[in-house]
Write a protein that binds this ligand. Structure first.
Ligand SMILES: Nc1ncnc2c1ncn2[C@@H]1O[C@H](COP(=O)(O)OP(=O)(O)OP(=O)(O)O)[C@@H](O)[C@H]1O
Length: 231
């Protein structure tokens, strides 16, 4: 059984079609990149998989269950624009989150605080944008849920820290055989991590390819991206 199964999914927002005929299965432990230009529908697809948007047509299943509030227990979503309570310090927030999520793993949370170099005593409102993204990432990865959806995890992250963050994602997900979908514009940085790439244009998946096969042809995901979107 696919961990994520989208069948012929259509999504309309404000009377406009945003996703059309999305058909995709993601298997256990796959790390999938969701790539496409601004406005292609990446965030909308992640939110639909997470059960936050109800499709106008087709079905989305997570571990066999129709996505919705019930499947939230299986899914950690790093939103593109997170809204964490700015008046709490990072450690206060993480303590609060530990009570919020039954699948919270305190040992992982503590390891991630170190790895992601979080400043535990600083109020969230005083963090930089990149630091805020790291707190969101820590919150997602400290949960032991089988599905992780990351929307632009490198937003505001400086060049040197990207490697640290990518390795935290791999460490938290690979061993536990979690299924990960990452919407990103940072194709080059994620390229070595990805098993598969979905190219999304104007709400349609225009190519669904194995990253290994792309590499076996002597090409990179970044060069394939240029090919697909210049066609
Ligand atoms: N709530 C909404 N109501 C109406 N239209 C929306 C809404 N949210 C998103 N859209 C539209 O849906 C389209 C896809 O947006 P989405 O944010 O999913 O794209 P994206 O690929 O994630 O873009 P980016 O790379 O810029 O983050 C855009 O045209 C956007 O304007």
């Amino acid at each position: 059984m696919a961990v994520i199964a989208c069948e012929n999914v259509d999504v309309w927002l404000s009377g406009r079609p945003i996703l059309r005929g999305i058909h995709v299965n993601v298997e256990e432990a796959e790390m999938v990149g969701l790539l496409g230009p601004n406005g292609a529908g990446k965030t909308t697809l992640l939110r639909t998989i997470a059960g936050l948007i109800r499709p106008a047509g087709g079905t989305v299943r997570v571990l066999g269950e129709a996505s919705g509030w019930r499947t939230l227990r299986h899914t950690a979503l790093l939103p593109e624009r997170g809204q964490l309570p700015g008046w709490l310090t990072v450690s206060e927030w993480l303590r609060y989150a530990s009570g919020l999520y039954p699948d919270w793993d305190q040992a992982s949370a503590e390891r991630l605080v170190e790895e992601l170099k979080l400043r535990a005593t600083v109020p969230i409102a005083r963090l930089s944008r990149g630091e805020g993204v790291r707190v969101g990432l820590c919150t997602c990865l400290a949960r032991q849920c089988p599905v992780v959806l990351l929307d632009e995890p490198f937003t505001g992250i400086d060049f040197m820290s990207r490697e640290t963050i990518a390795s935290a994602i791999v460490q938290a997900c690979a061993e536990a055989r979690r299924t990960v979908v990452i919407a990103t514009h940072d194709v080059r940085e994620f390229e070595p991590l990805l098993d598969r790439v979905l190219f999304l244009r104007e709400g349609v998946i225009v190519a669904d390819e194995s990253a290994e096969e792309i590499r076996a042809q002597g090409r990179s995901v970044a060069s394939r991206y240029r090919e697909v979107f210049s066609e």
